[in-house]
Design a protein around this ligand. Sequence first.
Ligand code: GLU
Length: 445
Amino acid sequence: MAVTVRFAPSPTGRLHAGNIRTALFNYLFARKEGGRLLLRLDDTDTERSTEEFAAGIREDLAWLGLEWADEVRQSDRFDRYAEAVEKLKASGRLYPAYETPEDLELKRKRQLARGKPPVYDRAALKLTDEDRALLEKEGRSPHWRFKLESRDVAWDDLVRGRQHVDAASLSDPVLVREDGTYLYTLPSVVDDIELGITHVIRGEDHVANTAPQIQLFEALGARPPAFGHHNLLVSADGQALSKRDRALSIAALREEGLEPMAVASYAAIIGTSDPVTPHADLGELVEGFDFAKLSRAPARFDGNELRLLNAKLLHTLAYEVVADRLRAMGVAGGKAFWEAVRGNLTVLENAKLWWQVVDGPLEPVIEDRDLCQTAAKLLPPEPWDGETWAQWSSAVKDATGAKGRALFQPLRLALTAHEQGPELKYLLPLMGRARVVARLEGKNC
Ligand code: GLU
């Protein structure tokens, strides 16, 4: 069967670095296997789900280049869930329960006090028709629980290896709330069945849902898919990430000017045995992708490490890859400019600063007036090339006796107004003689 996977975010917030790992692993696995990735919007919570968040999710995925074959929304599929509910009721696997949250809390406390695991005691199964009629007459509506079969449930997790869960140790999960709304468990399984999902790849926080969901697949007459639960992301100080942590949202990383491939490379690599190095395109990540490389320990997201990776990626990017974006930023320098400055960028946006250094206007910093005046007189005629700087600075050294910092720093400050930057050997021909002369004379140009 052709591999089909899904990325299933809830449109109740923007994607963050943690969600993106789930999206990426699904995408990379699908591409590696020649399969399809679906985007499933888990928007059964109609109050917290918004169109704006849905659009944000699509935008973030598209920015990262993670293409999906099709999109489905759970809110379009309520009739399918209702059908599944009827089927489960008919087979006796879904039963009504009437306990209030307070009742359940009380039961829990009692069980714990007696040293017992707080597992739902199935008291609702003992209710007679009259009991139920009475409760409903009192105005109580039921929530609906899925009756688990008390047996060992096992699966070969793509990441964690063989897993066993004794379903007798679990509470029968609530599938439908008192108000008729669905918890995530059932819609997800119904969709996975109907969309032909072959592999469910998701975060470790869902491991506990897997045994009940496997029983649900079977109760609905379907073969369960394969499951893979990847490690979760924690911040550099070991805290779990939250949707509210805006600094780690993909939108914020994009606004900061980071490259999509830096974010994708970083997200795909942290928490694996691979070294943190930049990859130029998703194809490279597909080649290196393997669940076996994923660590069982949490993956640490360190913003500084990501920024460093972004810089490393920029340092290797070919001019053709960035040419359009440079033009859109108003940077008119060509290939020679790009190759001169890329090693000094943290984000692409920094190229603007160096373009202004090359193209002006710039207020030069004159630290040593005499040296600059002598240097201006010694400038060779154009055309200039990569050798010009060495010849010229050596002539200035001979004429003034200055060397090392005393020679180079006044020249760099006069020409660029910055203490550090790209090699002057490359900047000089880009600036041109007239501008260099003017700046050595202290003119803003
Ligand atoms: N909407 C669920 C989540 O974002 C999907 C879980 C799953 O992949 O089954 O956690």
